[in-house]
Design a protein around this ligand. Structure first.
Ligand SMILES: [Zn+2]
Length: 330
């Protein structure tokens, strides 16, 4: 295994496509496919369930379920090549079996429709990670582009508490700044930014400032450097692989070698960095990294940091934790 990718939107793309897209063939409409994953030796891919904002509130749950169905029917299939990763045990088995893992995450709590029943059902379907928002506000919190800049709602706090009970992982990419700090201060959840870059190098609001990055370091979270041109540089037309490396260097300069990972956002954006346009191109990023850094470090960033995180924070056996009597949460 050469890569773990912390974020892609291929399920959402397959779900919204007018004609069926094929994950197991080279399909030029998809950035993430099995042949490309094989080419780049991706051993674990995080698959986001993303329901776009144009979907009316009443239809979000159905849309998320349809994407879960794509995950099992079109990606996992008969399990001969890809398997769902829901526990430490399943993650540990990857090395032995040589199969590729797929981990389900939710990008935005819209699909939950303000009901924890939906979280629990998605958990039983394999969901282990939740990003509270996309760019706007929802029942749980404000996203980073919501101008009022609010934090977690009452439902957002209850959601975080239930995620804690279930041993889930919280993703702060897209979350408002206030929401970020509330998650850090109010919850004991494992926290990641699955696809976010450094604000001090590129001023887009989606990026994290140095204080936030230091908080993730202190929390022993993870930060997935992402390839979306407008998050790499203030002049997106000039985004390059070299520009991605500047973010790597910056996280390291803050002491973040241990939290540094990658989250491509492939299939989540139409604009790409030339030469880093699909999963097969991860090879090129590997070559660029290995020219500059020792192999042990490169391996940490491309695989081991994610693997160590998930092997620590996924539930051990994949079972469903019993309801606790103390439900006070946060
Ligand atoms: Zn995203």
């Amino acid at each position: 295994m050469r890569w773990v990718d912390g974020h892609c939107d291929v399920l959402s793309k397959m779900w919204s496509a007018k004609s069926p897209l094929s994950f197991y063939r080279r399909d030029s409409n998809l950035d993430v496919t099995w042949p490309l994953m094989e080419q780049a030796e991706v051993g674990l891919q995080v698959f986001a369930l993303f329901v776009p904002p144009e979907v009316p509130g009443g239809a979000t749950w159905q849309a998320a379920l349809a994407q879960v169905d794509h995950f099992y029917e079109s990606v996992v299939g008969d399990g001969s090549r890809m398997v769902p990763i829901r526990s430490q045990r399943e993650l540990a088995a990857l090395e032995r079996t040589g199969k590729v893992g797929g981990l389900l995450s939710l990008e935005g709590a819209e699909a939950l429709q303000g009901d924890l029943v939906h979280l629990r059902l998605l958990y039983r379907l394999g969901l282990r990670q939740v990003g509270l928002t996309w760019n706007g506000a929802n029942e749980a919190a404000d996203g980073i582009e919501e101008e009022r800049g609010g934090g977690l709602t009452r439902f957002g706090r209850r959601l975080a508490a239930e995620m804690q009970r279930l041993s889930m992982i919280l993703d702060v990419s897209h979350l408002s700044v206030r929401g970020f700090w509330e998650v850090i201060e109010w919850t004991g959840l494992p926290v990641i930014a699955s696809h976010s870059n450094c604000r001090s190098l590129c001023s887009h609001v989606r990026n994290l400032d140095d204080r936030q990055i230091r908080a993730l370091i202190q929390r022993e979270g993870r930060m997935g450097i992402t390839f979306v041109p407008k998050f790499v540089t203030d002049d997106p037309d000039r985004a390059t692989v070299e520009g991605v490396l500047r973010h790597v260097e910056h996280v390291c300069s803050l002491g973040g070698e241990e939290i540094l990972t990658f989250g491509s956002d492939f299939d989540g954006t139409d604009r790409k960095i030339p030469g880093l346009e699909h999963t097969g191109h991860l090879d090129r990023l590997w070559e660029a990294l290995i020219k500059r850094y020792p192999e042990t470090l490169v391996k940490r960033w491309t695989t081991n940091n994610w693997l160590h995180f998930y092997s620590k924070h996924l539930p051990s056996g994949g079972g469903f934790p019993p309801r606790q009597t103390d439900d006070s949460g946060i």
